[in-house]
Design a protein around this ligand. Structure first.
Ligand code: PEP
Length: 253
């Protein structure tokens, strides 16, 4: 896998009560060693992020936002500025998660704008590509995910891309308890990597992290992480439990 460091990203979504955040981090922080071979981050609701950044300071654990707006500031009631996130010390931002695309009508064009805005502010975007069941199961597979990839990255330079990770998520596997097969996920990840080589260069493709997401558990995580083109995991449900999250981090070493 060359120089690609594994990335374990928890996505708490709109879960975790305010009084659960501190104990969770208190439990995991001492276990995430300074010399860990994986990058580790937790994406949480905006209103927890500033406190989380303070609590994880000087540790290897990074904080991620689940979404950010496509401009730095302005009259966008209820939205979150990527500039403000970066100023607070947030490191990563999920862009175009399936739930954003499906429930909040986020288009490929918006995903592209948000990715650019994140990069401009020094946030590291994790760009989500989703694949529905018919695309997963049939030959159209390539065009669906690769089209999303090309549109999301439109106008991004090779230098920009050094800060971008891609997450491949079959939609039916998200939160369903039914993960993709590791072989199928590897096939998609390899296609995505080849597409990055076509869009940029072999070198860039070889250095870009591609994550798998969709019902990852402590039981199946190793199957995904051992695939040649899968460099990390994006984990929802299983990561709500700090012990399971730590186990997943362990498996990524
Ligand atoms: C996700 O939030 O992207 C996700 C993959 O969730 P889960 O692990 O619960 O399927």
């Amino acid at each position: 896998k060359g120089l690609r460091r594994p990335l374990v990203l928890a996505n708490w979504k709109m879960n975790m009560a305010p009084n659960e955040v501190h104990p969770y981090l208190e439990k995991v922080l001492p276990e995430i060693e300074k010399d860990t071979k994986a990058d580790v981050a937790i994406a949480a609701q905006d209103l927890y992020l500033a406190d989380m950044v303070r609590q994880v300071a000087d540790s290897r654990l990074m904080v991620a936002a689940e979404n950010a707006h496509w401009t730095d500031e302005g009259a966008y009631t209820g939205e979150t500025s990527p500039k403000a996130l970066a100023m607070l010390g947030v490191s990563y931002v999920l862009i175009g998660h399936f739930e954003r695309r499906k429930l909040f009508n986020e288009t490929d064009e918006r995903v592209n704008e948000k990715t650019k805005a994140a990069l401009k502010n020094g946030l590291k975007p994790i760009v989500d590509l989703d694949e529905d069941l018919s695309a997963y199961a049939n030959v159209k597979k390539e065009s669906v995910v690769l089209k999303q990839l090309a549109l999301a990255l439109k106008g991004l330079s090779e230098t920009d891309m050094k800060h971008v990770a891609i997450a491949y998520e079959p939609t039916w596997a998200i939160g369903s308890g039914e993960a993709a097969s590791a072989e199928q996920a590897e096939k998609s990840a390899a296609l995505i990597r080849q597409s990055l080589a076509n869009l940029y260069s072999r070198d860039l493709a070889d250095n870009t992290r591609i994550l798998y997401g969709g019902s990852v558990t402590t039981t199946n995580a190793s199957d995904f992480l051992s695939q040649e083109d899968i460099d990390g995991i994006l984990v929802g449900k299983a990561a709500l439990d700090p012990d399971q999250f730590l186990k997943l981090v362990d498996l990524a070493q």
